[in-house]
Design a protein around this ligand. Structure first.
Ligand code: DX5
Length: 225
């Protein structure tokens, strides 16, 4: 399945629903109304080793791609992501993000690019922003986690805002076209903070799927941003 194309940033932060908190009993009904409001959708992949939780794999990713009609960003919170890159590419992921703390991150990023996909590198909260530097020539997206990876519904870590700002500065100085994504505890208030610190892609999970109208939430958030 060819991955849907990612939209070019239009100067406002891209809104990226995370399906981790979606109702999987009616995923198509949950995601379809977001098609014109979200830039792409994120699948949080957890292996029970890199993080103390297990979520889903390529099969669900393929279904999310079909159900949403949106480009899919697979965030691999996985100890050995190199084992799964081809499977997620085959499932229709158009962007695959691996963690800088995972095994073989550089080799994984090269493989993702060789597969013709966009490559992302994620940093856990305790990993310093300078960890991005060796990879800036390889990646299309840098992900600064604003929660400890592993679970949705956690509180945003305001202490990460200087790190978001520092990442934006690093990317600007590099002259590279690298998107800056923030993931974790994003809601109407923290979205404005994260965008203000330089994020151009915001992953929203529980704040989006716990409200009666996720589409209304995204429309209101777009107006805020
Ligand atoms: C944590 C996950 C979550 C998820 C977003 O490992 O990466 O951050 O995508 O969930 P919320 O928006 O509920 O923090």
């Amino acid at each position: 399945m060819s991955p849907a194309r990612f939209p070019v940033p239009d100067g406002r932060a891209a809104l990226v629903p995370s399906v981790l908190s979606a109702d999987f009993c009616c995923l198509r009904r949950s995601l379809a109304p977001l098609r014109r409001l979200a830039s792409w959708v994120q699948v949080d992949v957890m292996d029970g080793r890199f993080v103390p939780n297990i979520s889903f794999g390529p099969a669900i990713t393929a279904f999310v791609a079909r159900a949403s009609g949106l480009p899919v960003d697979a965030h691999l919170m996985v100890e050995e992501p190199g084992k799964f890159l081809d499977a997620f590419a085959g499932a229709g992921a158009g962007l695959i993000t691996v963690h800088a703390e995972a095994r073989g991150a550089a080799k994984c990023l090269r493989r993702i690019k060789a597969l013709g996909l966009k490559a992302g590198l994620a940093l856990r909260p305790k990993t310093p922003v300078k960890a991005l530097v060796p990879f800036l020539g390889l990646i299309d997206l840098a992900l600064v986690m604003t929660v400890e990876p592993g679970f949705g519904g956690q509180a945003f870590m305001p202490a990460m805002l200087p790190k978001v700002f520092a990442a934006r500065e690093l990317i600007a100085r590099s002259g590279r076209r690298v998107w800056l994504q923030v993931d974790g505890g994003i809601n109407a208030e923290t979205a404005v903070l994260a965008a203000g610190a330089g994020a151009d892609s915001l992953v929203v999970g529980s704040a989006l799927f716990k409200v009666p109208s996720p589409a209304g939430f995204l429309r209101a958030l777009k107006r805020e941003l």
